[in-house]
Design a protein around this ligand. Structure first.
Ligand SMILES: Cc1ncc(C[n+]2csc(CCOP(=O)(O)OP(=O)(O)O)c2C)c(N)n1
Length: 617
């Protein structure tokens, strides 16, 4: 039986096991390592591949060709490996589906590897499969790292996630199992499979297809130490101002979080990537906290004497580089990972699945009658939330500002972003925010009702992630709207071609302030001068978009009315559209959403570090 027949039989019977059971394929077969990789992934439900093939992966490509012809897998050939890495990361973050990025060896692998930072930072379990130098070391392989050492790529990749070199052909099974486990963990890592070029075509004689590792569903763990919950109850009893801070790991726990907050009279603050877990309309929700947080979010963090953290790591922008919890006497930290759960001193760590542990905590609080009546704390936080709302509304009422680069009145970024957010929400689209001011203003602006409406890479803030992520408009049935600065878009404009090639439906909105404004802003705030964060080259992004057959480029205009019209037109287009909106950059404070927390960067470091050590958490 050849590969084509095998693929056809598996397609006919739906999966490998069924095909074996029906005697359509034998259980013991002679297959190449490359085919074992593809079959192993297929068995785990990994059927989508982003790829740029090179001399390092022609053998795997040939297998994919046959399996794609049988309708079992789909390869999305892209124009940049980092863009492909971003696309599979965004697919995982948005839909939960695990996909793989395939590259050649050397530069292609390095590009994809760079992109894997976003997967690692966001806990997105994805596969990276790279060709690697031959195992026989017959001389330098073109594109290998020119060092006289074995396994240099393996060493490098091992720092980002789990990495496995299929140095020995039969170890492919072990590699597939390691990948299944790594990519399935709750806050997962990227898994790197390195496939030496001379190993890929090796035939595994009499290979047992039943030995291919199965898909992994790691069971959720609940904290079994009941005393911990009683300690946490005592902390609640002693507290007067409680703030619950939620991160991505709190997804799915919205009901419990609101119940808990009402029970103990607490404020709720989200991390930048946790919008919608608690609806924006919830009265106890103080919106986002952190270096680029909100007035109310940062107030609730700074004032709390008891902090309850749920599913969040202490990323610098999230807890103001360790200075957010200025008055905390105790921290109750729910996390699956003890490293994060025990990040602070004075901690009661509750490790395991947040939802089950929250339920157990709520039960302990109810049984011990440790609930609190609504009091002064709620009044104080609600006053701050009203302040934040007024602050936002003042910005939204700005009809535009005269900009030095555009030499005319243009929309501000807050108004333009708000307009696009409202449009995307009404259209049921997914909002993807790229890096920079667009990202920071974005998470200050979003008003999500439910989780899953907004995604952004707050772990790595990788410019180009959102534009590249629009490929999910071809890889799934999601309609994405990418919010990109001009700087971020130009990191990965390849999506214009890749999106058309693969039939992506989605929209890119470029908020063009003619510079990398997030950094200009930092430079002014720190040194009162800007340096090399802009250029003088005007780009007609509409013309650029329209130069790619199949993309619809539309000018977003200078007013909200014009922008809304452009958005409607872009959305009506059955494919990939791009809207170009000129936006203001400059000193007028209505041009941004403000900064309310510390950050240990630039010439602030000394002050922030002193504050951090004074707090001593
Ligand atoms: C790949 C990458 N390079 C550099 C940075 C550092 N950085 C963060 S934001 C930013 C500027 C973003 O500019 P733009 O996308 O135009 O958005 P704006 O801030 O102007 O809204 C830079 C350079 C980054 N996050 N990612």
């Amino acid at each position: 039986m050849n590969r084509q027949e095998r693929a056809a039989a598996i397609a006919k019977y739906g999966c490998i096991d069924n095909a074996i059971a029906a005697h359509a394929i034998p259980q013991f077969v002679d297959i190449s390592v490359s085919e074992a990789i593809v079959l192993g992934l297929l068995k785990q439900g990994v059927t989508k591949f982003c790829a740029i093939f090179g001399h390092g992966t022609t053998d795997i490509a040939e297998v994919l060709r046959v399996y794609e012809e049988a309708g079992l897998v789909r390869t999305f050939n892209v124009r940049h490996e980092t863009a492909g890495a971003h696309a599979i990361t965004v697919l995982k973050m948005v839909t939960g589906e695990t996909a793989a990025m395939i590259t050649s060896i050397g530069p292609g692998a390095m590009h994809a590897f760079a992109g894997s930072l976003a997967a690692a930072s966001n806990g997105a379990g994805v596969w990276h499969i790279y060709g690697d130098e031959t195992t026989q070391d017959e001389g330098f392989n073109m594109q290998q790292i020119p060092g006289n050492e074995q396994g240099l790529f393996l060493k490098m990749m091992s720092h980002m996630g789990r990495a496995y070199s299929v140095y020995e052909p039969w170890s492919v099974v072990s590699a597939l199992r390691a990948g299944a486990i790594t990519t399935s963990a709750q806050f997962a890592q990227p898994f790197f499979m390195l496939a030496p070029m001379n190993v890929q075509p090796v035939i595994l004689r009499n290979f047992n297809l039943a030995e291919l590792p199965e898909r992994v569903d790691i069971p959720l763990l609940e904290c079994a130490d009941t005393n911990i919950f009683l300690d946490a109850v005592e902390a609640v009893k002693a507290a007067r101002k409680i703030t619950i801070k939620i991160g991505q790991g709190a997804r799915g726990c919205g009901r419990e979080i609101i119940e808990l907050a009402n029970l103990i009279d607490a404020a709720i603050v989200s991390g930048p990537n946790a919008s919608g877990i608690v609806p924006y309309s919830e009265k106890r929700y103080m919106t986002v906290g952190g270096s680029k947080g909100s007035i109310s979010g940062n107030f609730a963090m700074n004032e709390a004497d008891l902090v309850i953290i749920i599913g969040a790591r202490a990323v610098c922008q999230w807890d103001c580089s360790g200075t957010a919890w200025k008055k905390a006497k105790t921290i109750i930290n729910f996390n699956i990972n003890p490293v994060h759960a025990f990040h602070y001193n004075k901690t009661i760590a509750i490790t395991g699945d947040a939802k089950s542990n929250l339920r157990a905590f709520i039960e302990s609080l109810t049984e011990t009658c440790a609930g609190k009546k609504e009091g002064a704390w709620t009044k104080a936080i609600m006053k701050k939330r009203a302040e934040w709302t007024a602050f936002k509304n003042e910005r939204y009422s700005c009809t535009g500002l005269v900009d030095a680069a555009w030499k005319r009145k243009v929309l501000t970024q807050p108004v333009a972003i708000k307009t696009v957010c409202d449009f995307a929400d009404a259209a049921g689209a997914i909002k993807l925010f790229d890096a920079g001011d667009v990202q920071a203003n974005g998470f200050q602006i979003v008003e999500d009702k439910v989780e899953g409406q907004t995604f952004t890479d707050t772990g790595a803030s990788y410019m180009g992630l959102a534009s590249s992520g629009v490929l999910i408009g071809a890889m799934s049935d999601v309609y994405p709207v990418a919010f990109c600065g001009d700087g971020s878009f130009m990191m990965n404009p390849q999506i214009l071609i890749d999106g058309v090639q693969h039939g992506a439906k989605g929209m890119i909105v470029i908020f063009d302030n003619r510079r990398m404004a997030a950094i200009t802003g930092l430079q002014y705030a720190q040194y009162s001068k800007e340096y090399k964060t802009n250029d003088t080259v005007a780009v007609d992004y509409v013309a650029m978009a329209n130069s790619v057959k199949g993309v619809k480029g539309i000018f977003g205009g200078y007013t909200v009315k014009e922008l809304k019209k452009a958005l409607a037109e872009a959305h009506a287009f059955k494919g990939l559209s791009l809207v170009h909106v000129p936006v203001y950059n400059g000193p007028d404070e209505l041009g941004g959403m403000g900064v309310f927390g510390d950050w240990n960067v630039g010439n602030w470091c000394e002050r922030v570090q002193v504050e951090h050590h004074k707090i001593g958490l």
